[in-house]
Design a protein around this ligand. Structure first.
Ligand code: IPD
Ligand code: CA
Ligand code: CA
Ligand code: CA
Length: 271
């Protein structure tokens, strides 16, 4: 593991422990953002603050982008331009309802390229980690690290596909429409509630593929590297990189099949 990965894992563990310790039976939404369904709890903010402070203390020159407080500029150093990309709780709705798929997601980018990614899923005691070129691992306390490999050679008709829905009603209407065309031609669909966990599930072979309109860089930066290091391909439609428009991830063959199914459905449009 690289130094960045060690530090990211350490900080993601600390934030996860804090969240588990402070989570109440039904955390309240303190604010809504883009729509009534787009909620923030006090612990989303506390987690980001903890992560920012830890990064600032260890790496004062690095840039930082977090979902809740936005971007803080950094300075160029001998290592290049380093930026931390953080989702302090990915899966806030699961977190509120006591469902286990929520995560602390931390990626480290150097000169625009993600070189380390950690997704800590505290309720499951699972920490997914990858360094660029070094493969992806699942770490569990008391268990030997497990090398991750995505599934391979799965035809679309036998593929279990994860997806997610954005918070804007007009976007959800399009997502629902696209889903009516995807669902009949795959094994089944899962809506887990955390993009970062969905991507780690691709890496671990717990689902075969994932697609979503609307995830942001803090949702997919760490999980995307983990999936790629486990053999998956990540990208957008028509050769574009993964983005808010569309993020698609699967083993290369299934990626192409899912891509070709999605293109004519135009999932990137809004109403
Ligand atoms: C959300 C989750 C969800 C996805 C949404 C994201 P948040 O992140 O990743 O699975 O469908 O697009 O916004 O708001 O819980 O951090
Ligand atoms: Ca959010
Ligand atoms: Ca998120
Ligand atoms: Ca979040």
């Amino acid at each position: 593991m690289t130094d960045f990965l060690w530090l990211a894992a350490d900080i993601a563990r600390e934030a996860g422990d804090m969240l588990l310790a402070k989570r109440t039976a039904r955390p309240e939404a303190i604010e809504t953002k883009s729509s009534r369904t787009d909620v923030v709890t006090a612990l989303d903010r506390a987690s980001e603050e903890l992560i920012r402070q830890r990064v600032r203390a260890e790496r004062p020159h690095d840039a930082f982008l977090g979902e809740e407080e936005g971007e803080t500029a950094g300075a160029e150093t001998g290592e290049g331009r380093v930026r931390w990309i953080v989702d302090p709780i990915d899966g806030t709705v699961n977190f509120m309802y006591g469902l286990p798929d929520w995560a602390v997601s931390i990626a480290v980018e150097v000169d625009g390229e993600v070189v380390a990614g950690v997704v800590n899923v505290p309720p499951r005691g699972e920490l997914y980690a990858a360094a660029k070129g070094g493969g992806a691992e699942l770490l569990r306390e008391g268990v030997a690290a497990e090398r991750l490999r995505c599934t391979a050679g799965v035809p679309l008709a036998e593929a279990l596909i994860a997806t997610g829905f954005g918070y804007l009603p007009e976007r959800r209407a399009v997502q629902a429409e696209v889903l009516t065309r995807v669902l009949p031609v795959v094994r089944d669909i899962r809506r887990g509630g955390s993009c970062a966990v969905d991507l780690c599930s691709v890496a671990a072979g717990r689902v075969d593929g994932y697609y979503e309109r609307g995830p942001q860089i803090w949702d997919f930066a760490a999980g995307g590297l983990i999936a790629v290091e486990a053999g998956a391909r990540i990208g957008g439609l028509n050769g574009r990189p993964q983005s808010r428009k569309l993020t698609l991830c699967a083993a290369p063959g299934l990626f192409q099949d899912l891509h070709d199914l999605l293109v004519p459905l135009n999932p990137e449009r809004d109403l």
